[in-house]
Design a protein around this ligand. Structure first.
Ligand code: NAP
Length: 281
């Protein structure tokens, strides 16, 4: 039976540390960190993510502001706000919740955020730094996964890792972080042939595709480490990952649950990168 990689527990511990640090700043009269989140439209998933981010910021004790804007908000208005927040010395982090409505150019928006305040790590400059091996702000999900593996003393150097999914926010940066940690990495996607042959040889498997319970026990070798990034809602509303937990956990050595695995770590890394900006001011 696999050991659970408890993201909730680690996230709570890391958030508690941040909370103590911020509380010390408060006592010393130092300015508190501030995160601004911009949410456009009514996407239910996005609303939940933003609420969770707001709650974490509140728990840690720093300022957060959420701009909830209507679906018809223009790109010009969004860019105007970003410019204002870039110039505001009191703001440490700016996050525009994705996906954006179709009439807004995502690339333009991500580029408009001051790369130093890009606590989500999606700015092309921060992505570029990551891919030349000089990381600054990191995409929070892969960053959180690396911290979770590290905290559980999981060896990465020399191991073979398969990342399933190649999105800019999870798969690609995940592969790069594993590569930087000296794993031998294979990135797979919907055109990959004979996926099972690849995953069955892997020591570490990261699944980020958005297909409920896709990865079954016959995809993995005995003792593999399995990280499930997926968040899929069943028709009855409950959350499941991309991994068939019950059977894969019988064969893996370590596994992340959904919920309580990667999700809480993602939010915590966002908080950490915001606090870091204020810390080194
Ligand atoms: P995405 O942008 O939709 O990308 C999905 C990737 O999976 C694509 O690269 C796609 O390949 C690949 N794929 C789809 N079906 C596949 C298959 N059968 N075999 C192999 N590869 C396949 O998704 P994302 O934004 O990376 O998110 C993935 C999942 O993680 C979603 O469930 C999302 O909700 C979740 N997520 C969770 C967190 C968290 O904090 N826990 C954060 C972000 C995302 P192609 O490129 O060929 O289309």
């Amino acid at each position: 039976m696999a050991k659970k990689l408890d993201g909730r527990l680690l996230a709570d511990q890391l958030q508690e540390k941040l909370k103590q640090e911020v509380s010390e700043w408060k006592h010393k009269g130092k300015r508190l960190p501030k995160l601004v989140v911009i949410l456009i439209g009514e996407d239910v998933g996005s609303q939940v993510y933003v609420k969770n981010k707001e709650a974490a910021a509140k728990k840690i004790g720093f300022h957060s502001q959420v701009d909830r804007l209507p679906e018809e908000t223009t790109e010009k208005e969004l860019l105007r706000r970003i410019k204002e927040y870039n110039e505001d010395q009191q703001i440490d982090g700016i996050l525009v919740q994705l996906p954006l409505p179709k009439h807004i150019n995502e690339e333009k928006v991500l580029l408009a955020i001051d790369a130093k305040k890009d606590v989500d790590g999606f700015h092309p400059l921060n992505m570029g730094k990551l891919f030349i091996g000089e990381p600054d702000k990191l995409p929070c999900t892969p960053y959180g996964i690396m911290e979770l593996l590290k905290a559980n003393n999981i060896e990465i150097a020399g191991k073979s890792a398969v990342v399933i999914g190649r999105s800019n926010i999870v798969g690609k940066p995940m592969a790069q972080l594993l590569l930087m940690a000296d794993a031998t990495v294979t990135v797979t996607h919907s055109y990959t042939k004979k996926l099972k042959e690849l995953t069955k040889k892997a020591d570490i498997i990261i699944v980020a595709i958005g297909h409920a319970e896709f990865l079954t026990a016959d995809y993995i070798k005995e003792g593999a480490v399995v990280v499930d990034v997926g968040m899929n809602r069943h028709s009855d509303g409950h959350l499941v990952g991309d991994v068939k937990y019950d059977e894969v956990s019988q064969k893996a050595s370590f596994i992340t649950p959904v919920p309580g695995g990667v999700g809480p770590m993602t939010i915590t890394m966002l908080m950490e990168q915001t606090v870091n900006n204020a810390r080194f001011e």
